[in-house]
Design a protein around this ligand. Structure first.
Ligand code: ADP
Ligand code: MG
Length: 243
């Protein structure tokens, strides 16, 4: 079995608001799964539950066969296995580009500085930011910041990458450069869970599309199944608005 993440009966509430209801889904090694759905449907909360930025109320989050909700030794080390890329980049603004990609490797993974720099430069080259090692985030465009954030996530050599609307905060002319990097990663066999509103991109790169509505997975299938032959009225209504 090559299952990386297997979620069973996951639930999460904020106060009396049940944001995730009995979520079941799994991701295989090398799979690209895109989660779509209206704002407020629970997509970010789902991603955040996967790497324990939120604590689920019930159910299981099995990572490589182990339920991390009951068997968790080091949460920071666990999080490095699921590299997260956020809408707002979340770069360390007082560090340069290279340091942004080195810090986590040294602090959490205990790699030595020389090795960490080598790995960071390798991935900064992958995202086309190898010429900006000494730049500060404030000197970069949004697209460049997001590419650094992707290199930072890759530098931890995660088992999967989680993207939460990585292009939603970008000016339109910068969306393409970030999506191109993500397409290349997908082609190279990376395991990815992506939340996005970029439907054409989702159709092109995804092995599976998951449609969420009001905390429930309504539909989970191939891009052809979900986009061309949606089974549920809620999916049809969403796609009518989104496509
Ligand atoms: P999406 O990413 O699909 O837009 P979210 O997962 O961010 O949806 O949010 C789902 C619902 O949970 C929304 O109604 C949101 O207001 C609520 N929510 C998210 N985070 C919190 C929080 N920390 N406290 C209270 N409510 C929250
Ligand atoms: Mg969100």
């Amino acid at each position: 079995m090559n299952t990386i993440i297997d979620i069973k009966h996951l639930s999460k509430s904020f106060g009396s608001h049940e944001v995730l209801k009995d979520i079941n889904f799994s991701v295989e090694k090398g799979e690209v799964v895109t989660v779509i759905g209206s704002s407020g449907s629970g997509k970010s909360t789902l991603l955040r539950c996967l790497n324990l930025l939120e604590t689920p109320d019930g159910g299981e989050v099995n990572y490589e066969g182990q339920n991390i909700l009951t068997h968790m030794e080091d949460v920071n080390e666990y999080r490095t296995k699921l590299g997260m890329v956020f809408q707002q980049f979340n770069l360390f603004n007082n560090c340069n580009v290279l340091q942004n990609c080195v810090l986590g490797q040294v602090r959490v993974l205990k790699r030595n500085n020389v090795e960490a720099k080598k790995i960071a430069e390798e991935y900064l080259n992958v995202v086309g930011m190898g010429r900006y090692l000494n730049a500060r985030p404030s000197q970069l465009s949004g697209g460049q910041k997001q590419r650094v954030a992707i290199a930072r996530a890759l530098s931890m050599k995660p088992r999967a990458l989680l993207f939460d609307e990585p292009t939603s905060a970008l000016d339109p002319e910068m969306v393409g450069e970030v999506l191109t990097v993500m397409k290349d990663l997908a082609k190279a066999g990376s395991t990815m869970i992506i939340v996005t509103h970029e439907m054409e991109f989702a159709r092109e790169v995804s092995d599976r599309i998951v449609f969420m509505d009001q905390g429930v997975i309504v539909e989970d299938g191939t891009p052809d199944e979900v986009f061309n032959h949606p089974q549920h009225e809620r999916t049809k209504a969403f796609l009518k608005r989104a496509l």
